[in-house]
Structure formats: C-alpha cells, structure tokens
Ligand binder design. Structure first.
Ligand SMILES: *[C@@H]1O[C@H](CO)[C@@H](O)[C@H](O)[C@H]1NC(C)=O
Ligand SMILES: *[C@@H]1O[C@H](CO)[C@@H](O)[C@H](O)[C@H]1NC(C)=O
Ligand SMILES: *[C@@H]1O[C@H](CO)[C@@H](O)[C@H](O)[C@H]1NC(C)=O
Length: 135
C-alpha cells in the first residue's frame, strides 16, 4: 500500500472522532441487574438497551457472566465487564460496537461508558463517554 492511501483514512478517522460530540449519545438503561459476589468470584446478569441516536443504532440484549473478564452479550455487538471495587461496590462497563458501509469502505464504531453500582442495585444507566470510529 502506498503511503498516500493512508491520508484519507486518517482524515476520515479524525472527522468521525470529532463528529461524535455533536449528537447526544443514547443512554444505556437496565432495570434488572443482579450481582452475586464473593471473595472467590462474581456472577452477574442484566438486560440492557438503548434507543438509536444520530450516531448509533439501537440495541437491546441480555448480558451475563461469571468472571470479571470482558464478556460478549447475547447480541455480540455488546460487550460488558463487571469488576469489584471496594465491597459492596462494583464497576459496570458496557461497549457497543457497530459497523457501517460507506460506499465501498467499512467503518467500525465503538461507544462505551461505565457506572459504579452496589450489589443491591437493580436499575442503572450508562451515559457513554467514549466514542471512536475507524474507517
Ligand atoms: C478470564 O480470563 C482469564 C485470562 O484470559 C482466563 O484464564 C479465564 O478462563 C477467563 N474466565 C472465564 C470465566 O472466561
Ligand atoms: C450488530 O451490528 C451489525 C452492524 O455492525 C448489524 O448488522 C447487526 O444487525 C447487529 N446485530 C444485532 C443483533 O443488532
Ligand atoms: C468508580 O469508582 C472508582 C473507585 O472509587 C472511581 O475511580 C471511578 O471514577 C468511578 N467511576 C464512575 C463512573 O463513577
């Protein structure tokens, strides 16, 4: 690949990144979080959804895991991670990935955010604060 062919890619990546704050991101919402934690591990589950926004498609899926690893949800465009902080607090991180075809080029987008909850929290919402795209 010639060096010049990188230039449009870099420019479009920059424009996608800086375009992000122009549209308000959709808030991710869940009403049925369950976390069971012990010193030996953690089990967690929740349904989560977000409406579409100017920048992102809608989603609605179920996530569950039995580790603190990043875990794909039922909709594999969504990745979640639940990690213990100081007891009884946990951090929940959720990432939404999607792709678009712009003419002949695929563009990938990632949007993510996190929230701190306690073990007894059932409702939470995440306002994504990280957004980037790669053309
Ligand atoms: C979590 O990730 C670690 C390190 O990659 C791996 O050894 C472990 O099996 C994973 N646990 C689960 C439940 O996937
Ligand atoms: C995942 O994202 C792709 C586009 O990146 C889309 O075509 C697909 O429908 C999405 N999957 C679900 C379950 O929404
Ligand atoms: C969650 O708690 C940790 C540790 O107190 C803190 O560093 C982090 O900023 C918090 N995150 C959010 C989204 O409030």
């Amino acid at each position: 690949m010639q060096l010049t062919s990188f230039i449009p890619v870099l420019l479009s990546t920059l424009s996608l990144t800086t375009a992000a704050p122009q549209g308000a991101p959709s808030v991710y919402k869940s009403n049925d979080l369950e976390i069971q934690g012990s010193p030996g591990g953690v089990a967690w589950r929740f349904d989560i959804s977000a409406p579409s926004s100017e920048n992102s498609p809608a989603f609605s899926t179920h996530c569950q895991g039995t580790s603190t690893n990043m875990t794909l949800c039922a909709d594999k465009n969504i990745t979640a991670q639940v990690r213990p902080l100081s007891d009884p607090h946990y951090n929940i991180w959720v990432q939404h990935h999607w792709a678009k075809w712009d003419g002949k080029y695929r563009q990938d987008f990632w949007q993510s955010g996190d929230v701190n909850v306690t073990k007894s929290t059932h409702h939470f919402q995440i306002k994504p604060n990280s957004f980037y795209g790669v053309a």
